[in-house]
Each structure stands twice: as C-alpha cells, then as structure tokens.
Design a binder for this molecule. Sequence first.
Ligand SMILES: *Cc1c(COP(=O)(O)O)cnc(C)c1O
Length: 475
Amino acid sequence: MKLIFEKTSPGRKGITLPELDTPDVEIDIPETSVRKELDLPELGEVDVVRHYTALSKRNFGVDSGFYPLGSCTMKYNPKINEDIARLPGFSELNPMSQEENVQGAMKIMYNLEQFLCEITGMSAFTLQPAAGSHGELTGVMIMKKYFKDKGEDRRIILIPDSAHGTNPASAAMCGFSVKTINSCKEGEIDINNLKENLDKNVAGLMLTNPNTLGIFEREVMEIARILHDNGSLFYCDGANMNALLGIAKVADMGFDIMHFNLHKTFSTPHGGGGPGAGPIGVTKKLEILLPNPRIKKEGEKYCYYSNDESIGRIRAFFGNFGVIVRAYTYIKTLGAEGLREVSENAVLNANYLLAKLKDDYNLPYKRICKHEFVINDMNMPNNVTTADIAKRLLDYGFHSPTIYFPLIVHGAMMIEPTETESKQTMDEFAEAMISIKKEAEETPDVVKNSPFKTPVRRLDAVMAARNPILKFEKH
Ligand SMILES: *Cc1c(COP(=O)(O)O)cnc(C)c1O
C-alpha cells in the first residue's frame, strides 16, 4: 500500500475557497519565520477518506473481532461511553478553567474517586496518573516518602516472579533495589521465600491479585500480616480487577496502596500507546501523601486543595479527563449489580474456555481460574511454537492472546475472553485453537508459515522495535 505522500498529485485539493473579496494586503513576515518548503501531500477529499479507511481495515481491534489479550484486557467498549465523552461540555473543556466554571467536570472526578473507594474499600483515590505504570510509580513514590517522613531508610521492594514488568521498572525508577520472590508450584507466591527475603530494609511488596496466571492468591491476608509486622507496605497491582468487582475489596485483603487501569477494568479504549488512566488508592494513613491537587466537596461546591506533606504533582492537570468520563459512564450504566455481573461473567467465560482447551493444550497450573488463564506450547507436535499459534490464529480471524508472559511459564499463552463475549464466539475460538493443534500434527508447515490472510506476513519485530522508521523521507 502506498503512503499518502506517494499518492500526491500537485494542485489537487480537498477544498474550494471563494474568491478573495477583501484587499489583498502584503504582511511583513520576518525572513526567519517564513517556511520555505511545505511538503504536504496534495489530494482530493475522496482520496484522503479512502486512504484512511483502507488503513483502518488493515488493523485488528476489539470492534473487528475476538481479542482475548490476557492481563492487558481488550474488553468491548460500549459506544455510550464515546457519546458521553464527546459531549461538547466535556470534550471542549479547557484545563485552565476556573473552578466555578467547571463544577460539572469536577463533580465527575470527585464522584469517580468515591466510586473507586467504594469498589475497593480504600480511603482515598487520585485520578492523576496517566497509565498503570504511572500509577505504580506514584505509589512507589508514596512508599518512599512514607518511610522518609518516618526517618526510616528502606531500600528494597519485593516483587514476585510472575509480576508484570512495569512493577520492577517502577520500583527501580524510584531508586529502590528489587528482589524477586519465587512462585510455588500452585502458582501462588512462595511465602517461605517471602519470609527469607524480609528484613527492615524492605519497604514493601508489590503483588498482583488475582496474579498474572489468573490465580487468586489465597494467602493474601497472611502476606499482609507478615509485611505489616515488619513495618513494610503492601502494594496491589490492580491493573486488571476484572475478577473482583463487587465480589472482593482490595482494602479487606490488607493492601495499603493500589492502582487501577481504567483502560482495562473499566472498558475505556486503549492500545497503541494510550490514552489511559491509572488512578491510585491508599488507606487512611497514606492519604496525606497523595499527589496535589486533590478535589473536595464543600457544601454543594467542588474545589481543589493541596497538602504540604504530598509527594507533589505527578502530571500536568488532573488526569486524562476523556478516559475518566468513559470509566464514569461505564460504572454508572452498570451500577453495583452490573459491576458484579461483569466479574461473574468474566470468570465464568474464562473457565468455560479453559475447560474447552485443556485436553488439547498443556495447562501448567491445573486449577479453576479467575478472569484469565495460561496455557502453553509444551508437547505441541513438530516443534510448533506459541508464536506460530499466535500467527495462525490471525488467519482464523482472531487476535492472539498475550504470549510469552508471564515469564515463569515457558511459551505462555495468556487468555482472557472478558465478560461480553458470547458462548458462540468462545466456541468458535476454541474450535480454531483445536484445529490449529490438528494442523500442527498433520500439516505443520501451514502453522509455521502463517499468517497467509493478513496484509503483512511475519514482521521482524526486533528490527521494528530497534530501528523504527517514524517519518517519511523523500528519496
Ligand atoms: C497493563 C498492566 C500494567 C501496566 O499498565 P499500563 O497502563 O500499560 O502502564 C501493570 N500491571 C499489570 C498486571 C498489567 O496488566
């Protein structure tokens, strides 16, 4: 497919302006400010529309098909969320507006913080962080300041080997050393290994629950007790809370800090680098440290305020407001009952798919799962790998699950169907997976050379990441 720059035809344009009917005045523009060459493509309106429509058709999104991406959740985004976020009163807001002119927007932010408190039992939330990883960084900064204010010098953060890579990255970015805690053979954190690594140097533990194997950490309250006895803090990576809504509260498990990914759990569209939102919640004793500014309600009025003890601002303005409106709409449309059903159906769907696949694919942790589960390519015939299966799925019209993560499962395929998928869709996906297994036995080259039906075949992913070509150069 040609780039839009290669389709250019000099003089072609998408608009026709009326003849100038005012005096044509010469304006003196300083020489240094005059652009000598403006290299924009010249095309008619229809050419532009066709170009971008063709591009959009080469992509795969949750609106085009099943997208069972574990951990990173590509759940369906109800279109009502888009309608609400596009209301001019929201989409045309200026973030520099005076408080009294944006009371409605502040009410939404305030209420969303309250909803998140209710869902998790935490005592306060901030909506400022722009992504899950940004929430983690904010949370770790709060841990650092908490110990600094207490006059304690703790330099280590413990992280299980099944954790998302952003956990150790956030801890390291904040100046902590990271120690890895092993998982036990049930797929949960190894408590003995935790105890062996715990001393007065440990600021805290970052835990994902359910963890990235889709398994609930049953000892979570015991872990909290062990940490708190040591004076350490307990951080919950709540990027994906799709199994817990309305069922279990993070604060009841003994966590002190958590982040949500609104763009995973509360359905706002994501991918391709954003936008997202990673609100963090804390218990009472850490509330004073949350980033400035905060929002409070005084009578009927919403206002900003700041605390001197805060870690300070971590973002310009107050968060990704469009994402906040979408998440707010999602929660309001579903209500408390609806949110609980989201999690019940997410867990039911995952266990349904797991049951359909477990005879044909290896299941390293043989347990009932929460919202997602992990299988792998062990015992696949003819050395067919997880990457081959992922590519072949595209020919069947499905996006691949998350692959090669978590790292503790060799050749992992992490499958999260989400709550909105029908039994028919999941049956079709399971059939595709099972026929790929058959192909691996009978015609392995078909799987190994796939995909055949996509606009591009196998890309050199390493080359694309190391030497990206991000702008058009005329030769
Ligand atoms: C996605 C994810 C993150 C990071 O969130 P981003 O918004 O991509 O920064 C952290 N932890 C887990 C478990 C995740 O799935």
